[in-house]
Design a protein around this ligand. Structure first.
Ligand code: AMP
Length: 286
């Protein structure tokens, strides 16, 4: 039986816990999450345990990364289930702060990424990555972590956080974990809980299209326009899926490329019903 993780509800206590762990010579690994944990999060926790001596999972649905019309209020939450899951995994501490403790009266500073945040999801969510960077910077400082683990399912987020840490000299190692999928190919996501059974079937068009595109690239196709046109036509044949964007980009700059070189990234967002789903696949040419 694993010991229950220490549950920490405010930044001051988190910081004190982290200072103690550091003083004891521990390497602290952080996994930032918004909770409603699933198997994808488990893999991040397990990765954190291999790169750190003590693991902190944060659970915080961060208001500043949601636009007013988005799903902040309805975002799924189940702290008890999350704590049970994190106990089984053997996580050492859970940082689940209140909104008021994270954004106290007079809070006035934000971290704003620029070029990397203006492409892909940034086009429809113009303030999103500013919220993400701000809260991640705060979490990195509050937990004094040496390493933080992110999922490449949110590829753009991972790249932006990597760049923020580099640009601002935050002295934290950022690890990116490959996407964990369900048997039907759908990337695990807390938001999948919004999907009805029928919508879930329709949502499979997203990983299937990305996978077909990656196979075409592996077989020698390299013209982005042709690949994307084919992908758009495939998704258009699924009446319940509305394509927000699909793009082939350089995996570091996230800027569109006309030809897939040795490495590329295809990223897409579709809306099924009211649920916005994102996914991506890394491309390797023949
Ligand atoms: P979230 O709770 O959705 O904000 O996600 C917290 C972290 O888990 C982020 O770094 C995500 O990229 C990562 N994550 C979420 N779903 C998956 C998945 N299916 N595979 C890998 N990582 C994931």
């Amino acid at each position: 039986m694993n010991r229950k993780p220490r549950v920490i509800r405010c930044p001051e206590q988190m910081h004190a816990w982290a200072k103690k762990a550091r003083a004891a010579g521990k390497r602290i690994a952080l996994v930032p999450t918004m909770g409603f944990l699933h198997r994808g999060h488990d893999v991040l926790m397990q990765q954190a345990q291999t790169v750190g001596d003590v693991t902190v999972a944060s659970i915080f649905v961060n208001p500043s990364q949601f636009a007013p019309h988005e799903d902040l209020a309805s975002y799924p939450r189940d702290l008890d289930a999350d704590l049970a899951r994190l106990t089984l995994l053997g996580v050492d501490a859970v940082f689940a702060p209140s909104v008021a403790s994270m954004y106290p009266e007079g809070f006035d500073h934000y971290v704003t990424p620029t070029a990397l945040a203006q492409t892909l999801c940034g086009k429809s969510r113009p303030q999103h990555f500013r919220g993400v960077c701000t809260v991640v910077a705060m979490l990195l400082r509050m937990t004094l972590c040496h390493v933080a683990v992110f999922g490449r399912k949110d590829y753009q987020q991972w790249r932006i956080v990597q760049r923020m840490v580099r640009d601002l000299w935050l002295d934290v190692e950022i690890v990116g974990v490959p996407t964990v999928r369900d048997a039907d190919g759908l990337a695990l996501s807390s938001r999948n809980s919004y999907l009805s059974a029928k919508q879930r079937l329709a949502a499979q068009i997203l990983p299937r299209t990305l996978n077909d595109l990656a196979c075409a690239v592996a077989d020698g196709a390299c013209d982005s326009a042709t690949l994307l046109q084919h992908a758009r036509e495939t998704i258009a044949r699924e009446p319940q899926a509305c394509l927000e964007y699909i793009a082939i980009v350089d995996p570091t700059s996230l800027q569109p490329v006309t030809q897939v070189g040795l490495q590329g990234l295809c990223a897409a967002a579709v809306v099924v019903g009211k649920t916005r789903l994102i996914d991506n696949c890394e491309l390797r040419s023949a």
